[in-house]
Design a binder for this molecule. Structure first.
Ligand SMILES: [Zn+2]
Length: 347
């Protein structure tokens, strides 16, 4: 990768749990842990469950300055709040115990269950004591993000200087408790995957029009792995309708585009949804210099994808997309060694 002065930051890396739920059971209250451990079958192992493999295979290979770990346990599909909260706490504790000490570049997006926002807020205030916690990951309930339901979570996140990350957990549009997609229940994974941008569009609109960013002026929200090209028609439409109809929502004082670029961040993955030849124009129209960050979705993206993703970013946007926007969005990213002194990429 050329054309930037800084090492990249990858804000979308997924840590797998070696041993699966049986391992997490050791981080749970004893009674619940015994229950979870007795009900699971042994999982196979793969190299991505080993932080030392991920360090060599991804962090070193791409000469990353930092990586934000986003655990993907589908807490929003659990019907039992106790199990959802304890599973979230167990995976956070496991990662703080097993992954974070393995490399100073690892940071954690600590996950909280959406079932009880007051309880989630308590967890956020507890996690903020760990210097490696750079963000809070919040799987969505089937409630739009502009709702006051989430206010205790936003209050705690702002007080702790932590952005909120929303990332699909694989349950959206398919499981009870997770958000629905527009129009009804999709029949296949392909159909759901194509429709995922609806969630980011609906929730970005809800956050802006409900006045969340007027109430929580320091709040940053990251929609990770929802792509980014969709914001172009959304911003056109929001600005157009706000101009004509804003009398009904006087708390939306500024044009929606301004709230979006000040408060909402997106990631490159899935990077192939914009053809490389169209990227310069699309990035300009989507305010990529302010809104977009590098997020590879490792290890779920192909290795080649992660490298070419950044190489395809037009030079004028690379420094912002690869490093600067992430550094100003996440808490305490422990960076930075100039790229000039970093080892060359292994290719
Ligand atoms: Zn991802």
């Amino acid at each position: 990768m050329t054309g930037i002065a800084s090492r990249p930051v990858d804000v979308d890396v997924h840590p797998h749990v070696r041993g699966g739920p049986a391992t997490l059971a050791r981080y749970m209250p004893k009674a619940l842990g015994r229950l979870v451990a007795s009900e699971v079958v042994a999982e196979g192992d793969d190299p991505f469950r080993d932080p030392h493999h991920v360090i060599v295979d991804h962090l070193d290979r791409l000469a990353l300055a930092a990586a934000v770990l986003i655990p993907l346990q589908p807490l929003n599909a659990f019907s039992d709040p106790l199990v959802a909260f304890e599973t979230g706490r167990a995976v956070n504790e496991y990662l703080l115990d097993q992954w974070i000490p393995a490399d100073g570049r690892f940071h954690l997006a600590a996950v909280v269950a959406p079932h009880d926002p007051a309880e989630a807020a308590k967890d956020i205030r507890r996690y903020q004591k760990h210097a490696a916690v750079a963000a809070i990951q919040m799987p969505l309930a089937n409630i739009l993000m502009g709702s006051s339901y989430y206010h205790p979570i936003y209050r705690a996140a702002v007080d702790c200087g932590l952005p909120i990350i929303v990332h699909p957990t694989g349950t959206e549009g398919a499981y009870h408790g997770a958000p629905v997609l527009a129009g009804g229940v999709a029949a296949s994974y392909l159909e759901r995957r194509i429709g995922l941008t609806q969630l980011a569009e609906a929730n970005a609109t809800s956050l802006i029009v409900s006045g969340v960013f007027e109430r929580f002026r320091e709040l940053k929200v990251v929609f990770a792995e929802f792509g980014f090209a969709w914001i172009i028609p959304l911003l056109w439409r929001m600005d157009m309708d706000w101009t004509r109809l804003r009398r009904g929502t006087p708390w939306v004082r500024r044009a929606p585009r301004e709230y979006f670029t000040d408060h909402i961040r997106l990631t490159l993955e899935p990077g192939a949804d914009v053809p490389p030849t169209q990227l310069p124009k699309v990035m300009e129209m989507s305010h990529a210099d302010r809104t977009l960050m590098f997020g590879s979705d490792y290890p779920h993206s192909a290795r080649l994808d992660s490298e070419s993703m950044l190489d395809n970013v037009p030079p004028a946007f690379r420094e912002r997309v690869a490093y600067a926007t992430a550094a100003s969005t996440f808490r305490g990213l422990r960076v930075q060694e100039p790229l000039a002194t970093a080892p060359a990429l292994g290719r």
